[in-house]
Design a binder for this molecule. Structure first.
Ligand code: C2O
Ligand code: CU
Ligand code: CU
Length: 435
């Protein structure tokens, strides 16, 4: 039985109030009638068992983004399972080996299905979590809506596929236009930021809050990093610990910056009452000590680097693994990876189990791409050889060159694709095979 609170995930059409006040209700696709889907919450090592019930008018699956699970549970139609037809069901069952912030979404016709509202956050709690006063999930999303507050049906528009993807005109946080979370001065919060937008990159800053990035994409950093400006590409997550440094009566904010300025995506009105206990300091509010890096107990993901040296680097076919993204407009598939547009018949990489794989990527396009690997976490290696934290999605800017390095130790066929879903739709995907 499933400890997270749902034995069933029902994907179905619903009608909810999504648009700003003054507009009518919107027809969306939801899990269990909610936007976003409920937060599934388990403890590290627990087993998730849930049945997808498909009441949608088209086939679907569930993909458990970032979870290290057996290949047959990965939710990729035609690769790891058959798509679940309308009226059908599929049982998902696996244990969640690593603690952190993950999410779930369909992996069939993803641009439309996620774009119509299907996604939810999956939290796996540490056996011993850092002590905070509250723990908040903040799911950032955007929507493209028509003037009568309906979901714009232009999924697969040529312009989106060949440019920056489907950017919305309505941004929501946990399904609301403006999220407000009352806090008290001096409180310590854990904020789990999740970008479930189909293409938007959020540039985030804290105001009246002092924070540290503890983990990205569900994997803890070796050392917490001061949270300055935080770029969160599609599918990326960041776990922050923040202290409320604003005084009673003030407001603190999580702000999103766009080219035309910033606006609050989440407001934290600070009540007149200060937090009691550990850090009660309503007047001076000195910054709290940096939280100990206590996350990551028993992490099962292997670090691909030891002492800065790469193990098992296969140099023989290195060049053949170069991804290079070019517009191939004539074929209708706008993006090429390793010279192939669209999902290739053969895997990009065939890895022996336990082998360290290094895939160079070079963004020769004018748009950022959010490259995501299934079933594994990788380290980003910059051109200077500097290795970043473990993650499952890397945001590569135009002109950037970067490698991802990972230990291929989860057997099966796993996708590597852009999480800007219009790009995925127009051919920006490949796969690897781990023996
Ligand atoms: Cu979150 Cu292949 O996707
Ligand atoms: Cu994934
Ligand atoms: Cu892309």
């Amino acid at each position: 039985s499933f400890a997270g609170g749902a034995n069933e995930l029902r994907a179905a059409a619903s009608r909810i109030q999504l648009a700003p006040e003054g507009y009518g209700r919107t027809d969306v696709w939801t899990y269990d009638g909610q936007v976003p889907g409920r937060v599934l919450r388990l403890r590290q090592g627990e087993r998730l068992e849930t049945t997808l019930v498909n009441d949608l008018p088209q086939p679907t699956t569930v993909h458990w983004h970032g979870i290290r699970l057996p290949n047959g549970m990965d939710g990729v139609p035609g690769m790891t399972q058959d798509a679940v037809a309308p009226g059908g069901r599929f049982d998902y069952a696996f244990s969640v080996p690593d603690a952190g912030t993950f999410w779930y979404h369909p992996h069939a016709n993803s641009a439309e299905q996620i774009g119509r509202g299907l996604s939810g956050v999956l939290v796996v709690d540490e056996a011993e979590a850092p002590e905070v006063d509250r723990d908040e999930v903040i799911q950032l999303s955007d929507w493209r809506m028509t003037e009568d507050a309906q979901i714009d049906p232009s999924f697969g528009a040529m312009h989106d596929m060949s440019h920056a993807g489907r950017l919305g005109n309505w941004i929501t946080v946990n399904g609301n236009g403006a999220l407000s979370k009352p806090v008290r001065a001096g409180e310590r919060l854990r904020l789990r930021l999740v970008n479930t937008a189909t293409a938007r990159v959020f540039a985030l800053q804290l105001q009246g809050l002092e924070g540290w990035v503890m983990a990205v994409d569900g994997m803890p950093l070796d050392q917490p990093r001061t949270a300055g400006e935080l770029l969160l590409g599609p599918a990326q997550r960041a776990d922050l610990i923040v202290d409320v440094t604003a005084a009673p009566g003030e407001e603190a904010f999580l702000v999103s910056y766009e080219r035309n300025g910033g606006y609050a995506v989440t407001a934290f009105p600070v009540s007149g009452e200060a937090a009691q206990g550990r850090r009660a300091a309503p007047k001076a509010l000195p910054p709290n000590p940096v939280p100990e890096p206590v996350l990551g107990e028993g992490r099962t993901v292997a670090m691909p680097l030891e002492g800065g040296a790469m193990r098992g680097l296969q140099s023989a076919s290195y060049e053949g693994r170069r991804l290079d993204w070019r517009a191939l407009v004539q074929s209708g598939q706008f993006w090429a990876m390793g010279g192939v547009a669209g999902m290739p018949d053969a895997p990009l990489v065939e890895a022996a189990r336990g082998e360290t794989i290094r895939i160079p990527m070079e963004n020769r396009t004018m748009f950022p791409h959010a490259m995501h690997l299934h079933g594994h976490h990788f380290r980003e290696i910059g051109p200077d050889g500097q290795a970043g934290p473990l993650r499952d999605t890397t945001l590569i800017q135009p002109g950037e060159t970067r490698e991802i390095a990972f230990v291929a130790d989860n057997p099966g066929d796993w996708m590597l694709h852009c999480h800007m879903l219009s790009h995925q739709m127009s051919g920006m995907g490949t796969w690897i095979r781990v023996a």
